[in-house]
Design a protein around this ligand. Structure first.
Ligand code: DGL
Length: 277
């Protein structure tokens, strides 16, 4: 175990199947400006949402092992599909704290709803796991949850079609059944979806509160680091690289995309052979 002081200086590991987790990384940068981040995007194997829980767990374990080689002090699973399928397996195998995005998002939605009807849009893997529904209904017996898988959203986001008639049309088809059952709160249960938040918001109407789990995830990370005495008290020395990015493929494409999301110039993204871990 590292000494507390050097542990405070260690970075946070953040991972996703691709670029979606950048919406969580961005929130961590905003709320925890002293913390360094090592981000891994599994761009060679995206999407996760259409894969089996076993495969998603195997991929997530490899990434956690890679992040450990970067001496991270905690890991944020910035992917709902991996959070839903692999959290328990990662906690078993890793001795540093791990934070997922599902539970913080679920808690925020319980606080936000007035009529007790919550919708969740997510990948097939997340919806099939039933975790949002189970967690919310266990924690508040008066609330009911309806999930809707939206498998085309991830490729649309990755293609940069955030504001596009095609995305609009597909979103209308997916969301109509949630509008019909009168939900008042909708969880954006995939870290890619905040990038099409305005399309989803326009279709759902202003009476429906949209929940982006990234905000509460970053808050939870902050609480945890402070409680464990692991928070970085000051900005790292000048010249220290605050944010480092790794991917499993197509580093240039990732860098370009990341630069459109993250408000700090991303100098480089390195490619890692993740199957080696
Ligand atoms: N961004 C991920 C999530 O939150 C997964 C997208 C995908 O790879 O299917 O579920």
């Amino acid at each position: 175990m590292k000494e507390k002081e050097s542990l405070c200086d260690a970075p946070i590991g953040v991972f996703d199947s691709g670029v979606g987790g950048l919406t969580v990384a961005r929130e961590i940068m905003r709320q925890l400006p002293n913390e360094r981040i090592v981000y891994f995007g599994d761009t060679a194997r995206v999407p996760y949402g259409s894969k089996s829980p076993e495969t998603i767990t195997r991929f997530s374990k490899q990434i956690a092992r890679f992040l450990r080689t970067q001496d991270v002090k905690a890991i944020v699973i910035a992917c709902n599909s991996a959070s839903a399928c692999a959290l328990d397996a990662l906690e078993e195998e890793t001795e540093i704290p791990i934070i997922d995005v599902v539970r913080p998002g679920a808690r925020t939605a319980i606080e936000a709803t007035h009529n007790g009807k919550i919708g969740v849009i997510a990948t097939e893997a997340t919806i099939k796991s039933g975790l949002y529904k189970r967690y919310i209904e266990e924690n508040d017996k008066c609330v009911s949850v309806v999930g809707k898988a939206c498998p085309l959203f991830v490729p649309l986001v990755e293609e940069g079609l955030w504001e596009d008639p095609v995305t609009d049309e597909i979103a209308r088809r997916y969301l109509v059944e949630l509008i019909d059952i009168d939900i008042d709160t909708l969880i954006l249960g995939c870290t890619h979806y905040p990038l099409i938040r305005s399309t989803v918001g326009r279709i759902m109407g202003e009476k429906v509160a949209l929940v982006n789990p990234a905000y509460e995830t970053a808050r939870e990370l902050k609480r945890l680091l402070e409680k464990e005495g692991m928070a970085s008290a000051k900005k790292p020395e000048l010249g220290t690289e605050m944010y480092r990015f790794f991917v499993s493929d197509a580093a240039d494409k990732f860098r370009e995309f990341a630069n459109s999301i993250i408000p700090y110039g991303i100098l480089s993204a390195k490619t890692v052979n993740i199957e080696d871990y």
